[in-house]
Ligand binder design. Structure first.
Ligand code: JDQ
Length: 228
C-alpha cells in the first residue's frame, strides 16, 4: 500500500515513521509513505499556502492551487481522504476498508480549513477521528495510518496478530496478566495458570463479553457474536 500525506508540517511525521511497527512495515515494504510539503507547491514567489477568507472573519484558509498541484503528482487510482471534524467518525471497520486500497492520499488541513472548491473536486471522503476540535489534520492522519498499517498483510507477526485485537469481532479485549503470580496481594486468575488451553480460551471469550457489557454495552448491538 502507498500512503501520501499532504501537509504544511511534514516534520511532524518524521518521528512517527521512525519507530515500532510503522518503521518495520516501511522496511518490509508493506507500506510506502511519502509526505508532501504544501509549501513546495505554492504558485507565488512568497510560497503562500494560506490566504484571508472571502466574506471576512477570523483566521486563514488553505489556498486551492497548492493542494491541487500536490495531488496532481499522486498515483491513480487512489482514495483521497480529507481529515476534518465534519467527516464520518473513524472506526475499526473504516480502518479495514482503507487497508484494502492500493493508494491512499491524506490531506491535512490547518487554520480554518481548505478552500471548499478543492474539497468538492478532489476529496472522495471526509473523516473525523472523533467529536473534539484539534488544530489540524496531522494527528488524525497519524491515527488513521496507525490503525490501517497494522492491518496490512505481514505487518503484525503471529505474536500480536489482529485476531487478538480489541474490536476484533466488535468486542473489547479480555484482561491480561504477567508475572508475578501474586502482586500486592492480588492473584492471577487460577484458570490462566492451569495450562488447560480450552478452559483458558473459554474464560477469555467470557471476559471479552463481560468487559464489553460492563464498559461499552453500545458495542454489543453491532458485535459479531457466535451462537455460543
Ligand atoms: C483541521 C479547525 C475549523 C477545527 C483545521 C484543519 N476529529 C477532528 N478534530 N479536529 C479535526 C479533526 C481537524 C482536522 C483538520 C482541523 C481540525 N482544523 C482546525 C478548523 C473548525 C474546527
Amino acid at each position: 500500500m502507498r500512503i501520501d500525506i499532504i501537509t504544511i508540517f511534514p516534520e511532524l511525521f518524521k518521528p512517527f515513521l521512525q519507530f515500532g511497527i510503522i518503521k518495520k512495515a516501511c522496511e518490509k515494504n508493506a507500506v510506502d509513505i511519502q509526505t508532501f510539503d504544501l509549501r513546495n507547491y505554492a504558485t507565488d514567489k512568497h510560497q503562500m499556502v494560506d490566504d484571508y477568507p472571502y466574506g471576512g472573519g477570523p483566521g486563514m484558509v488553505l489556498k486551492p492551487e497548492p493542494i491541487w498541484r500536490a495531488l496532481d503528482e499522486l498515483p491513480h487510482p487512489r482514495r483521497v481522504v480529507f481529515l476534518t471534524p465534519q467527516g464520518q467518525t473513524f472506526d475499526q471497520e473504516k480502518a479495514w476498508e482503507l487497508s484494502q486500497e492500493k493508494n491512499l492520499a491524506l490531506i491535512c488541513g490547518r487554520y480554518e480549513g481548505i478552500d471548499e472548491r478543492v474539497r468538492e473536486k478532489l476529496v472522495d471522503e471526509e473523516i473525523s477521528i472523533g467529536d473534539y476540535v484539534l488544530n489540524g489534520g496531522e494527528v488524525p492522519a497519524m491515527v488513521i495510518m496507525e490503525a490501517v498499517i497494522r492491518l496490512l498483510p505481514d505487518v503484525l507477526g503471529d505474536e500480536d496478530s489482529v485476531v487478538g485485537d480489541s474490536f476484533y469481532q466488535g468486542l473489547l479485549d479480555h484482561p491480561h496478566y504477567t508475572r508475578p503470580e501474586e502482586f500486592k496481594g492480588q492473584r492471577v486468575p487460577q484458570v490462566l495458570l492451569s495450562g488447560d488451553h480450552k478452559k483458558i480460551a473459554n474464560w477469555r471469550k467470557k471476559e471479552r463479553l463481560r468487559q464489553t457489557l460492563l464498559k461499552r454495552p453500545d458495542l454489543l448491538k453491532k458485535a459479531n457474536l457466535d451462537s455460543e
